[in-house]
Design a protein around this ligand. Structure first.
Ligand SMILES: NC(=O)c1ccc[n+]([C@@H]2O[C@H](COP(=O)([O-])OP(=O)(O)OC[C@H]3O[C@@H](n4cnc5c(N)ncnc54)[C@H](O)[C@@H]3O)[C@@H](O)[C@H]2O)c1
Length: 361
């Protein structure tokens, strides 16, 4: 069983304005209220309940049927349709916002204004201006924001991060991620805002450089919102990333290729075992005798499959959130990480509207 603290120690320190801030009175248990008990909320609630250093105090949903479901699963937990029961309660230290994206800003803002730490779903906000305002508010109130970039806490991504950081792949050439399946269609956001935050946050976590430019193309076939998209992100030093998200695929594909000068990695998240494979393969060009005489040599060596931790990503992540509150640490997916992703999503919308016009950062 993985210790969330051990994971935190594995990672580069996330830079951010919340770092080094003295926060008095770290208590034994962080008391949590969850807003939103639809599709994803039950996962957050279940994992909060599973943590030793957190206490699930209340679940709020404006839909009484959702609350009845929560009540059957967690008898004794305070259930409410009234937001202020959670936002104003002196018995709650942290609020998880697990509602549709267009509600994130108002709910997170109200929680911060009432002195609560905030765990907010991806994508962080609907606009970068909202994200900036929340970061500023949290900083002023000495509170934590953590954005649910769940995959960063999966065994696979943690392993890939170690491999990339150790330089095993060599200088990176590209990151190429495919996340396609049939549905789940969302009525309020496009496939870019729904699925791409996963791939973009993984990319952001693995590549320390900041993007220089972005190009997005895609299509909408049903309700006017993009249901498939191809996003290309340009980084310094000729590193390129590509993300393909699609709700209209007959099959589910979750594959990421990461190639470096020395080795190449394939992560297939639908595999039960051996999700990650590393190929000792590469190409080298060397010049022959004449100036135009280039020789191509292909290297094809061993393939190995590193073991990945099986712990549930959301449990590791929520454990990290609680640890950050108790020990005044900066969350790995803090508000700034959330803001970086929202900026990419906005750029993708702009580029898509102009049929692939390049957006330079
Ligand atoms: N991290 C992940 O892997 C992951 C997976 C799925 C969804 N999500 C994110 O979770 C969020 C919620 O998605 P979902 O699929 O659960 O949506 P959903 O529509 O199934 O559920 C949202 C719930 O929030 C409730 N709600 C909405 N506004 C409210 C308000 N003002 N006060 C109280 N309750 C309110 C609704 O009644 C509903 O029960 C989204 O931001 C989505 O992107 C994240």
């Amino acid at each position: 069983m993985l210790n969330p603290d051990a994971y935190v120690g594995e990672l580069r320190a996330a830079p951010g304005p919340l770092e080094d801030r003295a926060r008095p009175g770290a208590s034994d248990v962080v008391r949590v209220g969850v807003i939103g008990y639809g599709y994803w909320g039950p996962n957050v609630v279940r994992n909060v309940r599973g943590l030793d250093n957190a206490e699930l105090v209340a679940v709020c949903d404006k839909n009484p049927a959702a609350l009845r479901r929560a009540g059957r699963a967690y008898p004794g937990v305070h259930l409410t349709t009234d937001l202020s029961d959670v936002l104003r309660s002196p018995d709650i230290d942290a609020v998880a916002v697990v509602t549709p994206v267009w509600t994130h800003y108002e709910l997170a803002k109200a929680a911060l204004e009432n002195g609560k730490h905030v765990f907010v779903e991806k994508p962080f906000t609907s606009t970068s201006a909202q994200a900036e305002a929340l970061i500023e508010l949290a900083e002023r109130k000495h509170l934590k924001i953590m954005v649910d970039h769940t995959f960063l806490f999966s065994g696979a991504v943690r392993k890939i991060r170690q491999i990339v950081d150790a330089g095993t792949l060599g200088p990176l050439y590209y990151f190429d991620s495919k996340r396609v399946n049939l549905g789940l269609f969302q009525h309020d956001v496009s496939v870019i805002w729904d699925l791409a935050p996963h791939d973009l946050s993984i990319m952001d976590h693995l590549i320390p450089e900041r993007p220089e430019a972005l190009v997005a193309t895609g299509g909408n076939h049903l309700n006017g919102l993009a249901d498939m998209a191809f996003i290309t992100i340009y980084f310094p030093r000729n590193l390129i990333a590509h993300v393909n998200v699609n709700w209209l695929s007959p099959v589910k594909v979750r594959t990421t290729l990461i190639a470096g000068k020395n080795q190449m990695l394939v992560w297939n998240d639908v595999e039960a075992d051996e999700k990650i494979k590393i190929y000792d393969k590469g190409v080298e060009l060397t010049s022959g005798e004449g100036v135009y005489d280039l020789l191509t040599s292909y290297r094809s060596g061993d393939v190995w499959a590193p073991k990945c931790d099986q712990a549930e990503a959301l449990k590791v992540e929520l454990g990290h959130f609680i640890d950050c509150i108790q020990n005044d640490k900066t969350p790995i997916s803090d508000g700034l990480a959330g803001l970086r992703i929202v900026r990419l999503l906005e750029a993708a919308d702009r580029s898509l509207k102009d049929r692939g016009k390049i957006v330079v950062f």
